[in-house]
Design a protein around this ligand. Structure first.
Ligand SMILES: Cc1cc2nc3c(=O)[nH]c(=O)nc-3n(C[C@H](O)[C@H](O)[C@H](O)COP(=O)(O)O)c2cc1C
Length: 304
């Protein structure tokens, strides 16, 4: 097979367009026992915040029809721990590293960007703007075009790294949010994060999650994600990382056809830790069997 899977994303060269979705891969430690992580296109780290976060009370994950709900609440050990323990581990694989960050305020996003300046081995920052913003009364930055623009501008001002902004699907008009973050300096967008969902235990009549609601991910959200990638691809001129319910190479191909330059795999990693390798091989096979020599030949090629 001689299919070129390499793509360029926000100025970063990836040898293939498959990476983990933030929060479903940690920093790759557990997965390194199952496959050679250096085969991935990139590593996307779990969201890191300025200070450690305990996350939400358990139970905080549950299975639902065609997917899962989670209310982890961005549990992490904070930026200092990340820089000392996780980043050095990820660097060993010699593939691009995307650091996903979140803050409670604009200032926190800006501070993390400043703290990441000049740190070796980082190739891009991904802003997770799906978390509630305390100053604006708990609305997610990504739910308002104005806030999304402000947080992107704050990060842009404080970093020279390529900036990827990860969009939430919990909005009416995702293209409007995408245009806002691109106008504020985003070099790429990734979408989608989880959809707000809820599940109820029929024995106890209580919500399955202690947090009552959680983020829905997995195959259940794929059609929503493909639609949003397609819409955003019409609206902005930056590369898109497609995310949402990708379990197979064929799922990934749908995202490329809709306009994604790369894809990130989340929930599927919990079912089959080798799934990303199988997806890379499957994409190559799919293209080869149809006579394509380059992944870029199918990006955005949906016929509507
Ligand atoms: C258990 C779990 C934890 C997650 N943690 C994060 C996170 O820390 N940061 C983030 O940006 N997205 C997080 N996500 C969202 C995923 O990165 C991804 O956007 C979403 O799950 C949709 O993709 P999927 O259907 O392939 O899982 C998490 C998802 C799950 C299931």
């Amino acid at each position: 097979m001689s299919v070129n899977l390499s793509v360029t994303l926000a100025g970063i060269k990836l040898k293939n367009p498959v990476m983990p979705a933030s929060g479903t891969f940690g920093s790759g430690r557990e997965f390194s026992e199952f496959f050679d992580i250096s085969r991935l296109g990139a590593i996307v780290a779990k969201t890191v915040t300025l200070k450690p976060r305990h996350g939400n009370m358990p139970p905080r994950v549950c299975e639902v029809t065609s997917g899962m709900l989670n209310s982890i609440g961005l549990q992490n050990e904070g930026l200092d721990h990340f820089l000392e323990h996780d980043l050095p581990f990820m660097r060993k694989f010699k593939i691009p590293i995307i650091v996903n960050i979140a803050g409670n305020t604009l200032e926190e996003y800006a501070q993390i960007c400043r703290d990441l300046r000049g740190v070796p081995g980082i190739n891009a920052i991904e802003l997770n703007i799906s978390c509630p913003n305390i100053k604006a009364g708990g609305i997610a930055f990504g739910a308002s075009a104005r806030l999304a623009e402000q947080v992107t501008a704050a990060a842009r001002y404080n970093t020279d790294y390529p900036l990827i902004v990860k969009l939430t699907p919990n909005v009416y008009n995702i293209s409007k949010i995408a245009r806002a973050v691109v106008s504020a300096g985003a070099d790429a967008v990734s979408l989608i994060n989880t959809l707000v969902g809820m599940s109820i235990d029929l024995n106890t009549f209580k919500p399955m999650l202690a947090n009552i609601t959680g983020g829905l991910s997995g195959p259940a959200i794929k059609p929503v994600a493909v639609r949003m990638v397609w819409e955003v691809a019409q609206s902005v001129n930056v590369p898109i990382i497609g995310i949402g319910g990708i379990m197979t190479a064929e799922d990934a191909i749908e995202f490329f056809l809709a306009g994604a330059t790369a894809v990130a795999v989340g929930t599927a990693n919990f079912i089959n830790p080798r799934v990303m390798i199988e997806i890379i091989e499957g994409i190559e096979k799919f293209l080869d069997e149809r006579g394509y020599t380059d992944i870029r030949q199918i990006i955005g090629k949906v016929q509507v």
